[in-house]
Design a protein. Sequence first.
Length: 407
Amino acid sequence: MMQANHNYSRISDSYLFSTIAQKIDTYTQLNPDKEIIRLGIGDVTQPLVPGIIQALHQAVDEQASTDTFRGYGPEGGYDFLREAIAQHDYQEVGLSMDSSEVFVSDGAKSDIANLQELFALDSIIAMGDPIYPVYIDSNVLTGRLGEWNEELGQWSELVYLESHAENHFRPALPTEKVDVIYLCYPNNPTGMTLTKDELQQWVDFALENESLILFDAAYEAYIQEDGIPHSIYECEGAERCAIEVRSFSKKAGFTGLRLGYSVVPKALTFQNMNLNQMWHRRQSTKFNGAPYIIQRAGWACYQEPARTQIEENISYYMENARMIKEGLKEVGATVYGGDNAPYIWLKTPVGVSSWEFFDQLLEKVQVVGTPGVGFGPSGEGYFRLTAFNTRDNTEKAVERLQKYYSE
Ligand SMILES: *Cc1c(COP(=O)(O)O)cnc(C)c1O
């Protein structure tokens, strides 16, 4: 008899966004005349910039003629894109990077899930908490992390690296031995960052303990302040312990186009196994490359006029973030993040849980955000608002949130 993969039945209880959708549905059915503003979305709203649209059109036309048609491409990505990434994202800022260490993919989510194939099933995993839920769910589907403890809201074998206001969102180094460490900075959901010295401590820890760091830099393009690392490879020795994952989704609005990449350095060797070679083998075996047309659009992100146009879009979202943060501060709310990331992490009022706050905002002012506890146990008592909505909706939402606080 076929045995189903029962790991799937282990995650069904913890799905955040479907619960939110259900609550909104129920509310809308009972209150059809109320207009809801969503600051819960983790998706961009601005269209692709003209420079990218132009590159897409051109690449489509190339597919129409025998001389320029492209079929299967290299599994790791076309050289023009891998070289543009190595040059502009790394060499230009003084980091050494060979294009053969850059692996282009259809996005960061698949890479984050697939990279697990590089380490053993019984690996001990540590993760920042709160965190992007994909890290946890993908490990559970693989059969890791032990049992779900409903009371604690935790997986029994996951090492949670707690971040909250009390430790200034800087998790302490683990006191036990861990094999793989997932870190995301600027962080989704808190919008908080680490300084280069703070990130260096994680690199030093990983080198000392022979651990691997999976560093998710999906929001790197939103960093506004100096002294915040854009890449983990700014830290000394990181090429011997870290994989970095990046995405064109939030940076350039590719959430629908799909493009990302992982850097797997050649210096990354554990027990004589070279991770760069392994990942090359894995991608060649199970992946046939991101579409040529989309890779051309990715390449265009590094050229003018798209490069400047993309920066303007990021400024637009960051102005939204500033408005939300300042607007909430004005009414006395405690807010974090929003300075180097499109996320504002709001402390819920005293005695109000994340989900209670969600319900209150929906019912009283029709603003939707994301309950912090949905991102992990350290998120209880917090709430995530995103800067990805339009300016108009963001302005309206800020007024409504202020109204909530003044009542
Ligand atoms: C949105 C997001 C991703 C997913 O990126 P894609 O390239 O669209 O798959 C990865 N990591 C974090 C932290 C994100 O917020």
